[in-house]
Ligand binder design. Structure first.
Ligand SMILES: Nc1ncnc2c1ncn2[C@@H]1O[C@H](COP(=O)(O)OP(=O)(O)OP(=O)(O)O)[C@@H](O)[C@H]1O
Ligand SMILES: [Mg+2]
Length: 435
């Protein structure tokens, strides 16, 4: 039991003092510590704002309880949002993405205690104000003071010589330095504080950012219920897209290959009747039947290709898109920056998006150039098809763009069409790509 606890403490201590490998040279340590001091100081400024806000908030609460301060609740909560917004921007610069949680149904700041109680983001903002005004201020002051103290202590022997005897102290006023030798000890403490600052400033910054990261984003529970609602909607879109796709395949088989095969059956029947009566006529009919079968085969191949293009499997996304672009009537450049292969469903969707967009470019845009750009950044595959044509694309007047939106939604992605009259037109799609 005791062993367990000491293991845990050791792990915590190691995590605290661990320095990433690439940061071990003195220059990068110094840069990281300076950066931490800068951002820590800015946060300390916000902490002072938060600290001054607390008595005003308490006063507003008290007056609201008495009934006279109610109109002050909304402006005060708006002020809290402004301070929280500043902290969010700081956190973004530090690499933490903390989206503002003020979305419908509760987008405006609360105006009454009831609304405040019902709004988790307001309560979390207030909790952050309290924490940042104390914890954030202490850590900010510490990270700012450490380099100042270290410079003061390192240069202490010089001050000592110049200072009057009554003010000769070292170690932050804790020990009286009666002799020069003792004063020289100040140097050592300065170096020690400097070393601590070099090693720990980024960790202190990290600790200072924690309350903001944990409290200023969306409430995980609310976020989860929004996500469930979104998933339900996209699942419905996926089922819809699936049904539309089946209908399209059924239509393609029915109107294409099936019709031709019926014609072949009729032609073969006619040929059989002619075999004995007029063999040369039968031969002519069979030739027609053969051409029709070849047509049906070509159509079947096209349908199969439209289900999951084999070219994707054979040549990968880059090859498949280059093939599409080279078939396009408008000159089209292709740039694919995808380090590894994405799931088949994602690649197929990207392929269909580009196929439909390039068909539209050729059919509607009157463009002289088009470009296709596909990039994989992190876990998001971005596809952009741009043309310099006349613009004015409108998803409501056809089924192609709406089909793109449905396919993309089914994968939890987003599709945007930007096409002002006069052009240019851009179809941009972002698809989550797993890991
Ligand atoms: N690149 C483009 N440039 C200009 N207009 C476009 C472009 N793409 C689409 N449009 C316009 O937007 C409309 C909708 O396009 P959409 O692809 O949804 O339908 P469609 O191409 O007409 O029919 P289909 O259902 O066969 O795709 C088109 O009718 C066209 O007027
Ligand atoms: Mg179209």
């Amino acid at each position: 039991m005791a062993n367990d606890r000491s293991e845990r403490w050791r792990a915590r201590f190691e995590a605290l003092v661990r320095v990433e490998r690439e940061d071990t040279d003195l220059r990068s340590l110094l840069l990281a510590a300076l950066r931490a001091t800068g951002y820590g100081t800015i946060a300390a400024g916000f902490a002072i704002l938060a600290l001054y806000s607390i008595p005003i908030l308490l006063l507003t609460g008290f007056l609201a309880l008495l009934g006279v301060g109610r109109p002050l609740i909304a402006p005060m909560m708006q002020w809290v949002r402004i301070v929280a917004g500043l902290e969010r921007r700081r956190l973004r610069r530090l690499g933490y993405e903390v989206p503002a949680p003020y979305t419908a149904p509760i987008a405006d700041p609360p105006r009454t205690f009831g609304e405040l109680k019902a709004d988790p983001s307001a309560r979390r903002d207030l909790a952050w104000i309290g924490l940042h005004a104390t914890w954030g201020l202490i850590l900010g002051a510490l990270v700012l003071q450490m380099p100042i103290i270290s410079v003061r202590d390192v240069t202490y022997p010089l001050w000592w010589a110049a200072a009057p005897t009554t003010e000769r102290q070292i170690l932050n006023g804790l020990i009286a330095a009666d002799t020069q030798a003792l004063a020289n000890l100040g140097c050592a403490t300065g170096v020690a504080v400097f070393a601590l600052w070099l090693l720990f400033a980024p960790k202190l910054l990290d600790l200072q950012a924690r309350p903001g990261v944990n409290l200023l984003g969306p409430d995980p529970e609310v976020d989860l219920s929004e996500r469930v609602a979104r998933l339900t909607a996209t699942r419905a879109a996926a089922l819809d897209a699936h049904a539309v796709e089946l209908r399209r395949i059924e239509r393609a088989l029915h109107d294409g290959a099936q019709n031709r095969l019926v014609a072949v059956a009729v032609l073969i029947g006619a040929a059989r009747r002619e075999v004995t009566r007029a063999p040369e006529r039968a031969d002519e009919i069979l030739e027609r039947a053969q051409t029709t079968v070849e047509g049906a085969l070509a159509e079947l191949r096209a349908v199969v290709r439209s289900i999951l293009p084999p070219v994707l499997e054979d040549r990968g996304l880059a090859g498949a898109l280059s093939a599409l672009a080279s078939d396009c009537a408008v000159p089209c450049t292709v740039e694919v920056d995808v380090a590894h292969r994405c799931p088949a469903s994602v690649e197929a969707t990207a392929y269909f998006v580009v196929a439909e967009s390039l068909t539209n470019v050729a059919k509607h845009s009157h463009a002289s150039n088009a470009s296709v750009e596909v990039r994989l950044k992190g876990h998001t595959l971005t596809v952009a098809v741009v043309d310099d044509g006349r613009g004015g694309a409108d998803a409501a007047s056809g089924s192609g763009l709406a089909g793109i939106a449905r396919r993309v939604e089914a994968l939890d992605g987003t599709a945007t069409v930007t096409s002002p009259p006069g052009g240019p037109t851009e179809i941009r799609v972002e698809l989550p790509c797993g890991s």
